[in-house]
Design a protein around this ligand. Sequence first.
Ligand code: IPE
Ligand code: IPE
Ligand code: MG
Length: 268
Amino acid sequence: MEHASSTREIPTHGKVPCHVAIIMDGNGRWARQRHLPRIAGHKRGVEAVRATVKACAERGVQFLTLFAFSSENWRRPAEEVSLLMQLFRGALTQEVAKLDRNGIRLRVVGDLSRFDVRIRDLVEEGERRTAHNQRLTLTIAANYGGRWDILQALSRLTREHPDAVAKGISEEALAAYLSMDYAPEPDLFIRTGGEQRLSNFLLWQLAYTELHFTDTLWPDFDARALDQAIDSYRQRERRFGRTSDQVDEAERAQARVAGGAHTPQKMA
Ligand code: IPE
Ligand code: IPE
Ligand code: MG
């Protein structure tokens, strides 16, 4: 599926962000504040994931992308990495049936070749089992890096089209090879935990995304915190390079042709 490129045309956007991308940060500090091991924070983080998926589905968000493990997180102590892998494996084992029941499609992006075969099999099985779901697409970015993504896209593109460099590569052509080719660019980016940086998340796709930073630590993130982020998003004027007057005029025109709104349902 082709999605509008924010730098090539003006993407349509509504009151509820269609695509929310989150850097789930602050698990370690949450645990430290309670004199618990870091992994206790990661465990509570999984609960915050559940709550956030539910809240997004209920609000009519169509794509939720969560940064779970960056390509740089291998630098952490081996014990923490291995506990994170165990948690990921456990979540894949336990949550897929529930996702499926709730109409949620699971996708995992990142360089999975570095993961244990059990995890790779669970990912494949989870994606296959939920592939037909249409309510919300939940993407987990695992061993993901924005630079890796751009490079893998470029190498696949030039492998399949050896004349691409000579002919010139368009944004659309490259974007079709990015690992999230199935999703529109994020409307709203949230980073919890107080840090204000991208940490090599979706570098290409965040070009025109609205950024929201909160001090809330990820294990404390919930529906209320999501609503605060969405409220802040609603107050932004997304100009995509235009002037305010042009935006007003375009919004009036859009309101004239607007169809019915998406009706969110309750989650089982
Ligand atoms: C985010 O929380 C989870 C992962 C990166 C896996 P952190 O573990 O980075 O928590 P802090 O930043 O140390 O508090
Ligand atoms: C970013 O968090 C990656 C994930 C949330 C998975 P980090 O905690 O690893 O980011 P830095 O290293 O502080 O930038
Ligand atoms: Mg961190």
